[in-house]
Every structure is written in C-alpha cells, then in structure tokens.
Design a protein around this ligand. Structure first.
Ligand code: 7PJ
Length: 273
C-alpha cells in the first residue's frame, strides 16, 4: 500500500509515524510570530530526526469544548509554518483542517495530505479536496467537538463506524476522490466513551475491510485518563500501548506527539514479525 502526491510516494509496507505539530495558541505561550515559526521548525526538525515521515499541521483545536476558529485565523496560524517547513524539508506535510479554504491554501503552500476530522463534510471541503488532488484522511466523529463527549451513543460502535465509512468513501469517490488515496481513521475520542474507544482498539483489524490505509490517533487522549487517572503528561506508556495494539492489527499511520518512543515501539514490532 502507498500514498502518492505528484512525484512523492509514501510506502506503507511498514507503519509510518505522523508527528503532530499543534499551532493553536495554547501550544505556544511566549514570543511573537517569528519566534513561533522558529520553534515550530525546530519541533519539525526533531520529529523528522526521531523517525516521523509525515508532519501533521493543525491550527484548529478539536478538543472537547474547544471554541471555533475563523478561517482567517486558521490560515494565519498554518500557512507561514507550511511555507517555512517547505524551505527546509521535503517530507510529507499533512494539513489538519475541516475548512475548504484552508485545504486549498495549505496545498498551494506545499501540503501534500488533507487530514479532516469532519471527513470532508463541511461546505466546499469535498470539492476543495478533489481539486487539490492529494491523499485525504477521513476520520469518524459523532457530533461536533463542542458537545461530542456529552453522551455518545451507538447501536454497535464498530458496525456504526464501518457503516459511516462505507457511505462516506462512496460519496467521496463519486465526487472525484481517487479510491486508493483515501485513509480511514475511526477517530478515537471523537464522540466516544472509554468503552467505545477500547472496543475500536480491540476490533481495529475490521477496518482493513476497505483495503485502504488505516490511521490510528491515540496519543495522550483522555481515554487513558478515564482508564488510569493519568493527566496529559502521564499518558506516554498508555499511548504507546495503544499504538502497538493498532499497529499489530494493520494500522499504517500512527499519529503521535512522542515520535521517538513510538519509533522504538514500532521497531520492536518489526523485529518480532
Ligand atoms: C486526530 C486528528 C485523530 C486524525 C486530532 C488530539 C486531537 N486527526 N486530529 N485522527 N486527533 N486523523 O490530537 O488529541 O485521532 S486533534
């Protein structure tokens, strides 16, 4: 399995690491824009050295209860950073957004993958993604970030999420997205209870039925606080365990904050296959 954008190819024979670059204001506490740019680039440098092959750039917080961000603000956060990274690195750059204009501008600035937690369902997003001609990650979310954790409910979380993808993939392909350039992601923590999340880990392999690349994003998520009482800076071991369980069941891309420890875990998996 592989992803392709122009001459760039991402071989997914081994699971790849997507390193998270969070550009929401709470992630940068000091300095002006220039300082922030340099800090962002430094973080990218070290994630690439540590073994990431994709950098995921996000300017909208989708944490439960997070406020909405305007397109202008999101563009201001992400575009200069994409341009800056592109001056230094030839790596895969993913834009984590749901807004059509941000998708278009980010790809023009050098992004080669669209990662949308709303699965291209916002106005104009699907057509922006078709025109951008880059691979897309469709993530499942129940509800919207503001209220999604209030009382998530499913008849059967696995069947419901599989059903969502069957419809959504068909819709995207009918609109002009190439089938084998779609990445599927069950969306851990997005409108799911702890039990839903662990059920998705247990049955992760079932998402292989589409024959498409699979992405797993578990890094530091609050499901581990519910399980262990662990605050955000105490969730490394549990995040690594989750990453390993998904990688063993066919996850092709692991989206993480902690690249080096994840690379070590994946190296152990590879050596023992
Ligand atoms: C995910 C994401 C995820 C994909 C976020 C966080 C929240 N994109 N963006 N999958 N999570 N594809 O990192 O805790 O799980 S933002």
């Amino acid at each position: 399995m592989k992803l392709q954008h122009k001459e760039k190819v991402l071989d997914l024979t081994q699971p790849q690491i997507m390193g998270i670059l969070n550009l929401t204001p709470d992630s940068f506490s000091d300095g002006g824009r220039f300082n922030q740019l340099d800090k962002a680039l430094e973080q990218v440098d070290s994630m690439l050295i540590d073994g990431a092959s994709i950098i995921d750039i996000g300017g909208e917080s989708t944490r439960p209860g997070a406020p909405l961000v305007s397109a202008e603000e999101e563009l201001e956060r992400v575009i200069p950073v994409i341009e800056k990274i592109r001056q230094h690195h030839d790596c895969w750059l993913s834009i984590d957004t749901s807004k059509a204009v941000v998708m278009t501008e980010a790809v023009n600035a050098g992004a080669n993958l669209i990662n949308d937690v709303r699965a291209l369902q916002q106005p104009g997003a699907l057509h922006a993604a078709v025109d951008a001609k880059v691979p897309v990650c469709l993530m499942h979310m129940q509800g919207q970030p503001k209220t999604m954790q209030d009382a998530p409910q499913y008849l059967d979380v696995i069947e419901d999420v599989l059903d969502f993808f069957e419809h959504r993939i068909n819709h995207c392909v009918a609109a002009g997205i190439e089938y084998n350039q779609i990445i599927v992601d069950p969306g851990f923590g997005f409108g799911k209870t702890m039990e839903h999340n662990f059920s998705l880990i247990k049955h992760f392999k079932r998402f292989e039925q589409f024959g498409l690349p699979l992405l797993a994003g578990l890094s530091r998520k609050s499901m581990f606080e519910h399980l262990l009482g662990a605050k955000v800076d105490q969730r490394l071991a549990s995040s690594l365990a989750g990453a390993l369980l998904c990688a063993q069941q066919g996850a092709n891309i692991i989206r993480v904050h902690d690249v080096k420890p994840t690379a070590d875990v994946l190296a152990v998996l590879k050596a023992s296959l």
